[in-house]
Design a binder for this molecule. Structure first.
Ligand SMILES: Nc1nc2c(ncn2[C@@H]2O[C@H](COP(=O)(O)OP(=O)(O)OP(=O)(O)O)[C@@H](O)[C@H]2O)c(=O)[nH]1
Length: 348
């Protein structure tokens, strides 16, 4: 049986950063990776350095909607390729979207007629952003579900948190999920993954504070509660309705002036950060050959990083937004006007 580790955590909480670090560890050399992103425009597989046959991008939107289709199919394909000797792997990591409910994925692993005899739940690893988690836990049910489902919680961005913020957050997390051990993302990989497995689910200990009960595979409430739980989750992140969270990208033909861009993004997140869950992009800057990766999470703008090369496709800036209550056209107009650029498209 091949263990499947589910790597989850709210938008921008550091899943890809952690995955990158885990994959560099010799113990993870045999891992196959499935990446799922919210929205049509996937950037994470570009932002992850390791691009090979064992890294697969799941294209269609939300993992909890597609899990019975695409995730199951991707796992089935991996298994067939391995059976034919075309690839080798000894575990699978699935990075979910930051808005995913992890439970349907776990359910698929345990209930799918074929998969359950090849794959097993290898545990849920949830990243929690020490700077933004308080806001997310208060306002986003998905953030709470991801914490509740964790076997291990990895606290990220403690280097950016205010003194004292860390302990208050740990206490809060322990109330949501008393069974999960909390480790710092800077801890050695052996500590992050050591002794890690689906203990919390097996013991049925998760999610006391937020839900009273989250269905586990053996809890006996599966059909009734799961339907309700899944439905509630969808209401929170319906893909195309006016109330829900939407994703789109700006595609920019011209080179970008970094100082102007930094000012625009800071102003935008200052004003609308509560509604902008995630900004990430690959930019072609004036005077720079290599692409720059940028990340914003609510009010926080992270330090930009140089990428080693341009991913497939033209040398063209792409910025993905995941937000609520703002239209793509508002963002496009604001960007184009502030930057004084005309070749700016908003792509759904
Ligand atoms: N200072 C600091 N920055 C971090 C840490 N972890 C992640 N980041 C930064 O946070 C930003 C978002 O990180 P990602 O790893 O892309 O987050 P993610 O959860 O994969 O994002 P989505 O897939 O969009 O949900 C990047 O700029 C990272 O460099 C950390 O522990 N400290």
């Amino acid at each position: 049986m091949t263990p499947v580790i589910l790597l989850t955590g709210f938008l921008g909480s550091g899943k890809t950063t952690l995955l990158q670090r885990l994959l560099q560890d010799p113990s993870m050399a045999g891992a196959a990776v499935l990446i799922n992103e919210f929205g049509e425009v996937g950037l994470d597989h570009h932002l992850l350095d390791r691009i090979d046959d064992n890294v697969i991008l799941l294209k269609s939107g939300c993992i909890c909607c597609t899990v019975r289709g695409e995730v199951a199919e991707a796992l089935g394909n991996l298994d067939s390729l391995r059976a034919r000797g075309e690839i080798a792997f000894d575990r699978v990591v699935i990075e979910t979207t930051g808005l995913a409910d992890p439970y349907p994925v776990l359910q698929t692993l345990t209930a799918h007629p074929v998969l359950r005899s090849h794959f097993t739940n290898g545990g849920v690893l949830t990243t929690v952003d020490a700077v933004n988690a308080r806001l997310q836990v208060e306002h986003r049910a998905e953030a709470v579900r991801q914490i509740a489902a964790a076997d291990r919680i990895v606290l990220t961005k403690t280097d950016l948190a205010e003194p004292g913020q860390d302990q208050a957050l740990r206490d809060r997390l322990a109330r949501i999920n008393p069974a999960a051990r909390i480790v710092n993302s800077e801890a050695p990989v052996a500590e992050i993954l050591g002794g890690f497995g689906p203990a919390a689910f097996a013991e049925g200990l998760v999610g006391r504070e937020a839900h009273g009960h989250i269905c586990g595979p053996d809890c006996g409430h599966e059909s009734h509660n799961h339907a309700h739980h899944h439905h509630a989750s969808h209401a929170a992140h319906h893909h195309d309705d006016v109330l829900g969270v939407t994703s789109f990208s700006l595609v920019i033909e011209d080179e970008i002036n970094w100082t102007m861009f930094g000012t625009w993004l800071t102003l935008l997140l200052h004003k609308h950060g509560d509604r902008i869950f995630r900004v990430k992009g690959i930019l072609a800057l004036e005077g720079e050959d290599r692409p720059i990766a940028i990340h914003g999470v609510q009010h926080l703008v992270h330090a930009p990083t140089h990428m080693t090369h341009w991913p497939d496709g033209p040398r063209q800036s792409r910025i993905v937004f995941i937000l609520e209550g703002l239209s793509p056209e508002q963002i496009r107009r604001s960007f184009a006007a502030f930057m004084g650029l005309s070749g700016v498209r908003a792509a759904a």
